[in-house]
Design a protein around this ligand. Structure first.
Ligand SMILES: NC(=O)c1ccc[n+]([C@@H]2O[C@H](COP(=O)([O-])OP(=O)(O)OC[C@H]3O[C@@H](n4cnc5c(N)ncnc54)[C@H](O)[C@@H]3O)[C@@H](O)[C@H]2O)c1
Ligand SMILES: O=c1ccn([C@@H]2O[C@H](COP(=O)(O)OP(=O)(O)O[C@H]3O[C@H](CO)[C@@H](O)[C@H](O)[C@H]3O)[C@@H](O)[C@H]2O)c(=O)[nH]1
Length: 440
């Protein structure tokens, strides 16, 4: 397959990964972004997101002369055979996907696209967006194709180069083939379909993943009540390949830049289509009630009075990012739990290994500590919210010495009970009748 000229609009998690990886596959890529500061830094191979392998992939592609960055979207697409839209589609009014960036870029490129070029939408968008972009472009010679992206943050380069499947939705077979050919060096099954099915596939995937997590979190609560252990129960069910063991780890709710906004967007689509999908509604609601229940657990022990007020009670939070391996805080369940604790009056100090250098302004919510022991100063309890592996090896004796209480709530089931017990701390896991009593 000959190398093609590719333009990528938007250089976030998806766009930068797509651009750098397509260049690594031998294509000639120009990436455009509306943020001039980002463009400047990327030209020097400076990648500001925590994404293993991405800085090296960008640097190698720049050195090979196969990757360029520009702030000029129209100039980026002028020579392109294929144009990828990797633009944000955040949660908009009423939960619907906000398509403003996609629509704005369609307007910017409509007159400069090469005759016969293919526009590929990689953003997560509602069914009908391919058609809408086609109408905005108003170019009979240009085909718009849907090619949703399934990469995970923290594994973006790996997932892009080793996808489980490549979904391409196109009304035109030749355009679909052109997009498929860009990936011909990858060993992945192709799902060739129409645009509506491709667009819905992305939402269906994220809904299903969120549904598994809400299931696991509810099941964890049931385990606690019944004296069962969630790890054993999920292993027991997960070994059935019809169920699968992935995505069944209980936690402080699910979050991140995609699952929350995409489940809400799909719910809006259901409402607009007159389709009742109670499972989707329950998936979203379960996440909220689960987080409230976790906060009740903390308040029941550390709170004061009948209502379990946490007024003035200091808590140390370990982990704020939405999962380990990323510095992304968007829709982090850790922040959602922190907000609920704060509403109850708690004073919060937080330590997160990804936020030692990059210091986001979270001053309304938590005080950021750059040291895990210092974070525990005066804390009635510690609460683990992100599964950073290094939290397993904290100096629990030093932490216990700074605390006023002795409870450690491990809402990721990350920690070993023994080192905590030696430090005189009580470990409370999630979905476990008694973490301390467990053998092995
Ligand atoms: N983050 C993920 O893990 C992931 C995975 C699969 C799909 N998606 C989807 O891909 C899309 C992009 O997500 P992301 O996480 O990469 O977003 P992001 O916020 O990380 O990056 C978006 C980029 O687009 C740029 N941009 C915004 N408006 C622009 C415009 N008008 N012209 C040019 N550039 C513009 C921004 O400056 C930013 O650099 C979303 O629809 C998302 O749902 C994301
Ligand atoms: O067993 C698990 C697995 C995940 N999570 C939580 O679920 C959320 C989402 O995690 P993950 O799916 O790894 O995050 P993302 O990187 O946002 O990736 C999701 O969202 C992307 C954007 O649409 C998709 O491309 C990916 O396929 C999809 O996994 C996070 O809060 C995790 O902590 C758990 O609590 N338990």
């Amino acid at each position: 397959m000959p190398a093609r000229h590719v333009a990528v609009i938007g250089t976030g998690y998806v766009g930068l990964t797509t651009g750098a990886c397509l260049a690594a596959l031998g294509h000639s890529v120009v990436c455009a972004d509306a943020d001039p500061h980002k463009v400047e830094r990327l030209r020097e191979a400076r990648v500001d997101i925590l994404e293993p392998g991405l800085p090296e992939t960008v640097r190698d592609a720049l050195e090979a002369g196969l990757l360029e960055f520009t702030g000029d979207t129209a100039a980026a697409v002028a020579e392109a055979d294929v144009v990828f839209l990797c633009l944000p589609t955040p949660m908009g009014a009423g939960g619907a996907a906000d398509l403003a960036a996609v629509e704005a870029v369609a307007g910017q490129i409509r007159e400069v696209l090469r005759p016969g070029c293919v526009v590929v939408n990689k953003s997560t968008v509602p069914v009908g967006t391919c058609e809408r972009v086609g109408a905005l472009l108003g170019r009979a010679d240009v085909t718009v194709v849907s090619n949703p992206e399934f990469l995970r943050e923290g594994r973006a380069v790996h997932d892009f180069l080793h996808p489980d499947r490549i979904v391409i939705g196109a009304a035109d077979r030749d355009a679909a083939r052109q997009v498929a050919d860009l990936y011909s060096a990858l060993d992945a099954p192709l799902v060739l379909t129409d645009p509506a099915s491709a667009e819905l596939t992305k939402y269906a995937a994220n809904f299903f993943l969120a549904m598994k997590l809400s299931f696991a979190n509810n099941l964890a609560t049931l385990c606690e009540r019944l004296g069962a252990d969630i790890a054993d129960v999920t292993e027991g069910i997960g070994r059935d390949p019809r169920i699968g063991s992935a995505f069944l780890r209980p936690g402080p709710g699910w979050g991140g830049s995609c699952l929350p906004k995409d489940t809400h967007a799909l719910l809006t689509v259901c409402d607009q289509s007159g389709v009742d999908f109670p499972l989707l509604r329950a998936t979203i609601e379960t996440n909220v009630t689960h987080q409230r229940q976790l906060v009740e657990r903390v308040a029941a022990v550390c709170g004061r009075g009948e209502g379990g007020s946490l007024d003035g009670v200091r808590l140390a939070l370990y982990g704020l990012t939405f999962k380990a391996g990323t510095s992304d805080l968007r829709d982090s369940p850790a922040l959602a739990v922190a907000r609920l604790l704060r509403e109850r009056g708690a004073e919060l100090t937080a330590y997160d290994p990804a936020l030692r250098e990059e210091r986001p302004d979270l001053s309304d919510l938590v005080e950021l500590a750059d040291d895990p022991v210092r974070a525990a100063e005066g804390a009635a309890a510690c609460v683990v919210l992100t599964e950073w592996p290094e939290l397993r090896d904290l100096d629990w004796a030093a932490i216990a010495a700074r605390m006023t209480g002795h409870e450690v709530y491990d809402f990721r089931n990350l920690l070993d009970a023994d080192p905590l017990a030696r430090a005189g701390l009580t470990l409370q896991g999630i979905g476990r009748a008694s973490t301390a009593a467990r053998v092995g």
